[in-house]
Design a protein around this ligand. Structure first.
Ligand code: SF4
Ligand code: SF4
Length: 165
């Protein structure tokens, strides 16, 4: 009986010491966690953070050719595009591009379907808001998000022409 108690006490002391050793080791190790939102890590470039529209900065033109593929492939109508025809050459001109982040399931089909390199993702993800209406972005919001992401906050997306040609 006494022997059993001694063994039990020895085992408890061993396990306690083992646990304390792990605690002590981690006390002097750099933590892998970040104190978000005070500390932030840039996520990998391919992260599906926010859907953006690209622009040709040299020509200051939106790259979207209004082919409508992204709107058609979107499984839940998160994208809506309005356009008009150029009175001279009859080409489609983007008048409004809407992306509803509230509905988007981030499947990426729209980006994969875009054959004009006009649509993509940026890793920024902090777009939460208490007003759901603010989750509907237009083409200027999307282009501005891209410009900000590449460090070109100096360019106002409102100055970018919606005509791709
Ligand atoms: S990521 Fe998917 S759900 Fe979101 S807009 Fe694109 S196609 Fe639609
Ligand atoms: S973003 Fe791409 S797929 Fe969508 S309408 Fe424009 S060119 Fe077409």
């Amino acid at each position: 009986m006494l022997l059993l108690r001694i063994r039990s006490l020895a085992l408890s002391a061993y396990l306690l010491g083992d646990g304390m050793a792990v605690t002590l080791r981690y006390m002097f190790t750099k933590p892998v966690t970040l104190q978000y939102p005070h500390e932030m890590k840039r996520l990998p470039e391919r992260t599906r953070g926010t859907l953006v529209l690209y622009a040709d900065i040299e020509r200051m033109k939106c790259k979207c050719t209004v082919c409508m593929v992204c709107e058609v492939v979107c499984p839940n109508n998160s994208i809506h595009i309005d356009f008009e025809r150029d009175t001279v050459n009859k080409k489609k001109v983007l008048t409004k591009y809407y992306w509803d982040a509230d509905k988007c399931i981030y499947c990426g089909l729209c980006v994969e379907g875009c054959g004009f390199d006009a649509l993509g993702w940026v890793p920024e993800f902090e777009i939460s808001t208490t007003d759901r209406r603010k989750l509907v972005w237009d083409e200027k919001d999307m282009m501005q998000a891209w410009l900000t992401s590449i460090g070109r906050k100096d360019i106002d997306a409102k100055r970018v022409d919606n005509k791709w040609y």
